[in-house]
Design a protein around this ligand. Structure first.
Ligand code: A3P
Length: 295
């Protein structure tokens, strides 16, 4: 299929059949609270990092009482599993009832904006979305699926990416949906980029914490807190923890190490041919045209 025909495809959300019951239950039964913080991303755009950052920001207050570092022993996805495909599991139901902290539940989903439960859209709860360069997302996704399913060649993965036939549907519809919503409702929807987090983590994490109503002080103790959050959430630290080297995320029977590969920006250069990169760049320009978003 040529790239023009590909562009004409109107991808809709694609979900695995065995997840549909759970996603439908999530959409109809989930009851958000005003102080919930919902972390949302297209897969492989930095979900793990975002969970760690937000958890570590919210844990600062608990730290004053006692030294708590839950992520030293638990993979971020185990701590905050995706609501959509796990909504009917005991673990998620328990998490919703007993979030383990008094101030606001930290929750996560990969659903596109137009598939969110109606209740979320009208709840006033906070949404943090993280996006990433499409070529790096594709490469990260290719590695991930190859590791767990031994799937396909990069060329086929690129085709799927461009046509939007992926779990959670089109990358572009996903990011544009949240981008537009963040422009309409900046108090309720924060749009972050993996590359900006990598380039200027201090500033981005301050922005994130303020948005979560847990701002850092501009004084020295604020700097120390920022440093603590970044250190605890850092790729090198998390990747080397025993739980993430050898542990398994039981809910999905996935080795935790599948979530930690390189953690860099621009790794696509090692995997995509110039033709593939050009095609994705063209598609990105087309899909983001007029939105004001660049990735
Ligand atoms: P790479 O495959 O490019 O290394 P997700 O968390 O959405 O599944 O995305 C996974 C990507 O985020 C992987 O990218 C992974 O290595 C990277 N990642 C995981 N934890 C990270 C962290 N703490 N900091 C930066 N990147 C991280």
């Amino acid at each position: 299929m040529g790239s023009q025909e590909m562009d004409q495809l109107a991808p809709r959300e694609v979900f695995y059949a065995n997840s549909m019951q759970s996603i439908m239950a999530f959409r109809s039964e989930f009851q958000p609270r005003r102080d919930d913080i919902l972390l949302i991303s297209f897969p492989k755009t930095g979900t793990t990092w975002l969970i760690a950052l937000c958890h570590n920001i919210l844990s600062l207050d608990d730290d004053e009482k006692e030294e708590v570092d839950v992520l030293a022993k638990m993979n971020p996805h185990e701590l905050v599993p995706p609501l959509d495909v796990n909504f009917l599991s005991d673990q998620v139901q328990d998490l919703l009832l007993n979030p383990g902290r008094s101030k606001g539940r930290l929750l996560q989903t990969h659903l596109p904006y137009n598939c969110l439960p109606e209740s979320v859209r009208n709840s006033g709860c906070k949404i943090v979305h993280v996006a990433r360069n499409p070529k790096d997302t594709l490469v990260s996704m290719w590695h991930f699926y190859n590791k767990i399913l031994k799937l396909s060649e990069m060329e086929r993965a690129a085709e799927s990416f461009c046509s939007g036939v992926l779990p959670c549907g089109s990358f572009y519809e996903h990011v544009v949906g949240y981008w537009e919503e963040s422009n309409k409702r900046p108090e309720e929807v924060l749009f972050l980029k993996y590359e900006e987090l990598s380039r200027d983590p201090e500033e981005q994490v301050r922005k994130l914490a303020s948005f979560m109503r847990r701002p850092f002080s501009s004084m020295e103790d604020g700097d120390a807190e920022v440093e603590k959050v970044l250190r605890r959430s850092s790729f090198n630290r998390l990747k080397e923890l025993e739980v993430n080297k050898n542990g398994v995320w039981e809910l999905h029977r996935l080795p935790n190490n599948t979530f930690f590969r390189k953690g860099t920006v621009g790794d696509w250069k090692c995997y995509l041919t110039p033709q593939m990169a050009k095609r994705i760049d063209q598609l990105t320009r087309l899909k983001l045209q007029g939105t004001g978003l660049s990735l």
